[in-house]
Design a protein around this ligand. Structure first.
Ligand SMILES: Nc1ncnc2c1ncn2[C@@H]1O[C@H](COP(=O)(O)OP(=O)(O)O)[C@@H](O)[C@H]1O
Ligand SMILES: [Mg+2]
Length: 260
């Protein structure tokens, strides 16, 4: 039986902002009572326009920020209230692939050091195996060991995105959250990175939550999609069904935008 990799129930995030100590508090309901499930080996796409709450969901799933209410279960374990210490043993099961920007990879670290970092943190292999493991991971993401001593600034955007992917799979993660994994790349390179994600999913038996503002990106990758609008999931279902019979006006608009 396919187990449930991720179960999210009534999850919300309210940001309280105050421009200065004198101004009134303002509450932003970035994510509002969303619920969804992802079965193991499945790919769920989350689409929605900029500001609809997608990255906030990713940050809550990774526990990079606390949620305001609701619960998150990761492979049957409720991680919602786990302390950073208790979360540590689950951290390697769930990884994130960020959109490549210069802020994601430390420019002072070599490619070799960047890939070794998660191996060390999560003690994935013994120290004497680091070198072979870095080579293995580079090959898996379509790069060669000749890149090892280079810095991110010496690689292209697509190659750096591959390094980010190598770091995510280094921990042997079972569930990977991809937040706009190709948005910063040229269209020609986007396809190559998406193909790489498909290949790795097959080879490693991964489960994906693929977040994008671009419906054409999730359309071919995901068997189910959730459509976000202003912090809420307004439509959730099998990709084919949602696309052929959208019920929500926002989903209809999204679909129209990829047809032209
Ligand atoms: N740390 C934060 N403090 C205050 N507001 C935030 C913070 N992070 C995100 N937001 C707000 O929450 C909403 C959702 O943002 P985000 O999750 O980044 O959307 P998306 O990834 O879909 O573009 C936006 O209105 C954004 O301005
Ligand atoms: Mg975002």
């Amino acid at each position: 039986m396919q187990c449930v990799a991720l179960k999210v129930q009534d999850l919300s995030k309210h940001f309280i902002i105050r421009k200065s100590v004198f101004s009134k508090k303002k509450i932003i309901n970035a994510v509002n009572k969303i619920s969804f499930e992802v079965k193991q080996y499945e790919s769920l796409g989350i689409i929605g326009e900029s500001g609809s709450g997608k990255t906030t969901i990713a940050n809550m799933l990774l526990k990079l920020i606390d949620s305001s209410e609701g619960s998150i279960e990761l492979f049957g374990v409720n991680i919602t209230k786990l302390s950073p210490d208790a979360m540590r043993s689950h951290r390697k099961d769930i990884q994130i692939i960020f959109q490549y920007t210069h802020a994601v990879l430390d420019p002072k670290m070599t490619i070799e050091e960047l890939i070794k970092e998660p191996l060390e943190i999560h003690k994935v292999v013994n120290e004497d195996e680091y070198d072979a493991e870095v080579d293995r991971l580079l090959t898996m993401v379509g790069l060669s060991s000749s890149e090892r001593k280079k810095f991110p600034s010496q690689l292209s955007g697509g190659q750096n995105q591959r390094i980010i992917i190598a770091r995510a799979i280094a921990t042997r993660a079972k569930l990977i959250i991809c937040d706009e994994p190709v948005s910063s790349l040229d269209v020609s390179v986007q396809g190559q990175i998406l193909n790489l994600l498909v290949k790795l999913k097959k080879e490693l038996g991964l489960t994906y939550v693929l977040i994008s503002h671009d419906l054409s990106v999730v359309k071919h990758m995901c068997n189910r999609i959730a459509v976000m609008y202003q912090g809420e999931i307004v439509e959730l279902g099998e990709t084919g069904k949602v696309l052929s019979n959208p019920t929500n006006p926002y989903t209809k608009k999204l679909i129209a935008s990829i047809l032209d």
